[in-house]
Design a binder for this molecule. Structure first.
Ligand code: FER
Length: 287
C-alpha cells in the first residue's frame, strides 16, 4: 500500500514536471561560448538537386547531441541575410554552440536545423552586387526551391516528421522576410514561424496574413524580433501592429541593438526554446 502511494507520488510529480510551463528569458553571459564538457551536435553539408534552379545546391545541417537514425525529429529551416549563404549562420551566429548549450540545460526539444542557401539562382554565391535585382528576386524564388526540392530531400535523407506541426521556419533580415512570407503563406507546411530583423522583402501585413482566422487556427507559434535602433524595424513593427489589431497571437520582442548578429543570436536563443513543445512556454516578464 505504502509502496503504491509513493509510486503514485513519483509518477504524479514527474507528470507535473513534464507538463510545467517554462518561461523564456533573454540570454545571459556565456550562452554563445563553446563548452568542452557537454555533448555536442554535428554539422554537415548536404547537396540536393534543385528542379527549381536546375542546379545542385548546398545546405548545412545541424543534428542535435544524441542524434539517432532510429528516432524521429522535427525540423527548423533557418535562413540567412542578403550578404549570406548556407554558411552565414555557422560563421556569424554559431547556432551549434548556442543550441548545444541549451540542450545541456534541458531547454530544447530535439530538432534538426537546416540552413539553406536562400538565393535560389544558378550562381548563388554572395559575390558582386548583392543588392542586384536578380539576386534579390532569387530570395523570392527560394520559396519554390524550399517547398519542392529541399524539404523533400531532407525528408528522404533524415529521420524527420513530415507534418506541419513538426516544421518551423525562421531567419534573419532577408531570411526573416522570407520566413514570414513563406511561413505565413504556407500554413499547411509551417506551424512555427519567426522573423528576426525582417527586411524590406517582408510582404505588407494584409498580404502576409489575408485570413486572420486561418492564421489563428493553424499557427502554433509566431515570433517577430528586432533591434531597437535597426533602420528596418518598421517592417517588424507594422507586422506586429497588424497582428495585434487582428488578434493573431504572437510575440513581438525588441531589445537595444542594431542590425547584427548580437540580435540574431539572442533571437535564435529565445525562439528555439518555444519550438515543438507541447506546452508552449511564455516570455518571462521583464524585470
Ligand atoms: C534593403 C535593405 C536591407 C533590402 C534588403 C536588405 C532588398 C537586407 C538586409 C539583410 O539581409 O541584412 O533595401 O532590399
Amino acid at each position: 500500500m505504502k509502496k503504491t502511494f509513493f509510486l503514485s507520488l513519483i509518477l504524479l510529480s514527474s507528470a507535473l514536471f513534464v507538463n510545467a510551463q517554462q518561461t523564456v528569458s533573454p540570454p545571459t553571459v556565456g550562452f554563445d561560448v563553446e563548452k568542452a564538457n557537454i555533448p555536442h551536435g554535428v554539422v554537415d553539408t548536404v547537396t540536393y538537386t534543385s528542379t527549381t534552379v536546375g542546379t545542385s545546391r548546398k545546405a548545412t545541417v545541424y543534428t542535435p547531441p544524441g542524434f539517432s537514425k532510429s528516432k524521429k525529429y522535427p525540423v527548423l529551416y533557418l535562413l540567412h541575410g542578403i550578404g549570406g549563404d548556407e554558411k552565414e549562420w555557422l560563421n556569424g551566429g554559431k547556432p551549434q554552440v548556442i543550441l548545444d548549450n541549451l540542450y545541456a540545460l534541458g531547454k530544447l526539444e530535439p530538432m534538426i536545423v537546416v540552413m539553406p542557401n536562400g538565393r535560389a539562382m544558378k550562381d548563388d554565391r554572395a559575390t558582386g552586387n548583392i543588392m542586384a535585382k536578380d539576386k534579390v528576386e532569387a530570395f523570392a524564388t527560394f520559396e519554390q526551391d524550399l517547398l519542392k526540392d529541399l524539404i523533400p530531400f531532407i525528408q528522404k535523407k533524415y529521420p524527420v516528421y513530415t507534418d506541419r506541426e513538426h516544421r518551423a521556419i525562421a531567419g534573419l533580415s532577408m531570411g526573416g522576410g522570407q520566413s514570414l512570407n513563406f511561413g505565413l503563406g504556407n500554413l499547411d507546411t509551417f506551424a512555427w514561424v519567426g522573423g528576426f530583423s525582417s527586411a524590406p522583402n517582408t510582404k505588407a501585413p494584409e498580404a502576409l496574413v489575408p485570413d486572420a482566422d486561418e492564421a489563428k487556427k493553424k499557427l502554433k507559434f509566431l515570433w517577430i524580433s528586432c533591434g531597437e535602433s535597426d533602420g528596418l524595424i518598421n517592417f517588424s513593427k507594422r507586422t506586429h501592429d497588424y497582428l495585434t489589431e487582428k488578434e493573431v497571437p504572437h510575440i513581438y520582442f525588441t531589445e537595444p541593438g542594431g542590425h547584427d548578429f548580437n540580435i540574431w543570436k539572442s533571437s535564435l536563443y529565445m525562439y528555439s526554446q518555444f519550438l515543438f513543445k507541447k506546452n508552449i512556454p511564455t516570455l518571462a516578464s521583464a524585470k
